[in-house]
Design a protein. Structure first.
Length: 425
């Protein structure tokens, strides 16, 4: 069976995360989004782990679902359809090769018992209660050892690998290869997570990633952002099948769903305080220094990929093993443009709920629904925006130095031209 999975999210116990990120709400929103599998996120946090063990029950091997007693029977969404995989994110802060490192890694466990073992080991070297994404003063290699020793089926995947501040290849504290980070244990790291500011095509340019799987997750801190990036599988539901698909990179991994990478917060270089945004080429002309304040620019993802790719592979390079991927704009952003109102407005979410209850889950509507049904089921400007998104007919002002990029599907006032078109179908 083909399904979407978002296995990079956070819980309400992580810093800067919405208090609405509860297991009950996650299970509900996953159904709205069309996600079959969702990470629990943050299983290392003691209080969150307690909720996981109390509110979830095992189903398919290594996967869990919300117990019926915690489901809201007064709403139309079947929360028990959502499968949870035990996941966490760890921030490793340490020094290696005379440089300070701050690297985020995703960790997955095949069972409650193994997750508890990992957390116990980590509690010996760090405070797990302070943050859902705990800051641990150990080398990434040592974290990988703990994960591998907990179970042969436990997995570590570097998160948002190009992010300047916390990516394993980031410009601020990252490495120039996985081998430099993990030494002789590097072969045990079989996948990397792209982050919002890069997509698979950008990662294909890096030769040392040729034998690694490219996966994607939302890194969501709030319910509406779940599924903004996801991985696509074609296999039976189980922890083992999901991890085997990622490890083997065979037909069980069908591809990924991606942000337009320009929309990510670190795609270009820049200095947000001075509102300076540069392409990698422009940054070089300014010696990577902000022309307004003379402080160093934050070097973004595109420039860092250019640096590590060198001249051997250009932007159009595609390896034989490449998996398909689809770039997507979230439905609430599309509705915001189509309706001409803010994406957090009541009008947007009223229309959103109407579409996902009447037509189908968000990912299915945006990516899978045939064009004739898109035109028939959605209002004129919304239908037009969905089709333009699929065709890549939009403009993006790139993000930089923590500022999200800005996507525009319509020119100013253009959406009004399509307001009466649904009546024609």
């Amino acid at each position: 069976m083909k399904f979407y999975a978002d296995i990079e999210i956070h819980s309400k116990y992580a810093r800067a995360v919405s208090p609405q990120m509860t297991l009950e709400n996650l299970a509900l929103w996953a159904v709205k989004k069309g996600l079959a599998v969702l990470s629990t996120g943050d299983f290392t946090h003691p209080d969150w782990f307690s909720e996981i063990t109390r509110k979830l029950e095992p189903v398919e091997s290594g996967l869990y679902r919300l117990k019926k007693e915690f489901c809201d029977m007064d709403q139309p969404w079947d929360q028990q359809k959502t499968r949870f995989i035990l996941g966490a994110e760890i921030s490793c802060v340490y020094t290696k090769n005379k440089r300070g490192r701050r690297i985020h890694h995703l960790v997955y466990a095949p069972s409650i018992k193994v997750a508890e073992t990992i957390s116990t080991r980590l509690s010996w070297v760090g405070n797990l209660r302070s943050d859902g994404r705990p800051i641990i003063g150990i080398d990434s290699k040592e974290l990988l050892k703990i994960v591998l020793e907990s179970s042969s089926n436990s997995v570590l995947i570097p998160a948002h690998v190009w992010t300047p501040w916390f990516g394993v290849f980031g410009s601020k504290s990252g490495f120039n290869s996985l081998a430099e980070c993990f030494d002789e244990l590097e072969p045990h790291v079989f996948a990397v997570e792209t982050g919002l500011s890069s997509d698979p095509a950008m990662n294909w340019r890096i030769p040392f990633l040729d034998n690694k799987t490219i996966m994607s997750g939302s890194d969501s801190h709030s319910l509406p952002r779940i599924g903004r990036e996801a991985s696509v599988f074609d296999t039976e539901l189980s922890y083992q099948n999901i991890m085997a698909a990622l490890k083997s990179r065979d037909e069980r991994l069908a591809g990924t769903v991606e942000f337009f990478p320009e929309e990510g917060r670190y795609h270009y270089d820049g200095h947000a305080a001075c509102q300076v945004c540069f392409s990698p080429e422009e940054s070089k002309k300014h010696n990577n220094v902000c022309p307004k304040c003379n402080k160093p620019l934050v070097i973004g993802v595109m420039a860092r990929i250019n640096e590590l790719a060198g001249s051997s592979r250009g932007s159009g390079f595609s390896p034989a093993w490449a998996k398909p991927f689809t770039r997507m704009v979230s439905l609430d952003e599309i509705l915001s443009e189509a309706l001409g109102v803010g994406k957090n407005s009541k009008a947007v979410w009223s229309e959103y709920d109407d579409i996902v209850s009447r037509v189908g889950p968000e990912l299915s509507v945006l990516l899978d629904l045939p064009e004739n049904q898109v035109r028939q089921e959605l209002k004129g400007p919304t239908a037009e925006a969905v089709m333009r998104m699929r065709q890549g007919k939009l403009s993006v002002k790139p993000g930089y130095d923590g500022e999200y990029g800005v996507i525009n599907i319509f020119k100013e006032g253009e959406a009004k031209q399509f307001t009466s078109q649904k009546a024609l179908f």
